[in-house]
Design a protein around this ligand. Structure first.
Ligand SMILES: [Zn+2]
Ligand SMILES: [Zn+2]
Length: 260
């Protein structure tokens, strides 16, 4: 299994996964040009993609979904509530490229088992995903207001997890965002802070997670150095030194992780 966050952040999200005979994107929240150029760097032709799986209808996750689907005949997978919410924004999707799943019920795309699970975020039935192929699994868990038990259960068998570290709480509070937006981000249906991301990783480590990519950083209220230091310090304070941490970037692919 190959796992590659192409772009991650409040300005756009897209992750590429390849396993067995399946090539998948999770979200397509940048322009089609930027996504196809990142795929070309991996020598992946966009018309060979088997799916674009959508987490939720916010623009930073769907910007090019309709364009890519129409141009390259790529099926879009989402739950019914998400399809209804994003339809006005992504334009028409052909019936043969419309794949509606039920949140919480797993399905296959080629050889890959996909499980979408509900996440706490202010969107229409937002989801995270886990992907399983042979004995390997990967997860995508961003745009989460808080961690709860069912999220730990959903991702605790992952070999690698893309986890949100959205903001530094002090930077957010001192920053220039209007008060209602600050409250939204800090709410239980907003975004996960660096501190909460670190605490979540301590618990996921106890359940066996050994590899994590931090992502969905705020451009305004976070940066890679602060996010990495906060999460690493939280882990170290708990005596955890062997959880591999990497960083997904907002403006360029972060590299390829091979599970084999
Ligand atoms: Zn987002
Ligand atoms: Zn969102």
């Amino acid at each position: 299994m190959l796992f590659s966050p192409l772009y991650s952040g409040s300005s756009g999200n897209c992750t590429f996964i390849e396993a067995g005979n399946a090539r998948l994107l999770v979200d397509a929240g940048l322009t089609g040009t930027r996504i196809t150029s990142a795929l070309q760097a991996l020598r992946v032709a966009p018309e060979t993609l088997n799916a674009i799986l959508i987490t939720h209808e916010h623009t930073d996750h769907i910007r090019a979904a309709g364009v890519l689907s129409r141009r390259y005949n790529i099926p879009i997978y989402a739950n019914a509530a998400c399809f209804a919410a994003m339809e006005p924004m992504i334009g028409g999707v052909s019936p043969q490229c419309t794949r509606v799943f039920e949140t919480g019920r797993d399905f296959y795309i080629g050889d890959v088992n996909v499980t979408p699970f509900l996440i706490p975020h202010d969107a229409a039935e937002p989801v995270g995903y886990t992907f399983r192929y042979q004995k390997y699994s990967a997860g995508v868990l961003t745009d989460i207001g808080h961690m709860d038990e069912h999220l730990y259960d959903a991702v605790d068998r992952c070999d690698i997890l893309l986890l949100e570290a959205n903001h530094d709480i002090d930077m957010l509070k001192a920053g220039r965002y209007p008060y209602p937006l600050k409250q939204r981000i800090l709410s239980r249906h907003g975004h996960l802070s660096n501190d909460d991301s670190g605490l979540a990783l301590c618990r996921l480590y106890a359940r066996g997670l050994r590899s994590c990519v931090l992502g969905h950083l705020s451009a305004e209220n976070n940066n890679e150095t602060v996010a990495m230091a906060t999460v690493a310090n939280t882990l170290h304070a708990q005596g955890i030194h062997d959880l591999r941490l990497a960083m997904a970037h907002r403006d360029r692919p972060c590299g390829v992780f091979h599970l084999e």
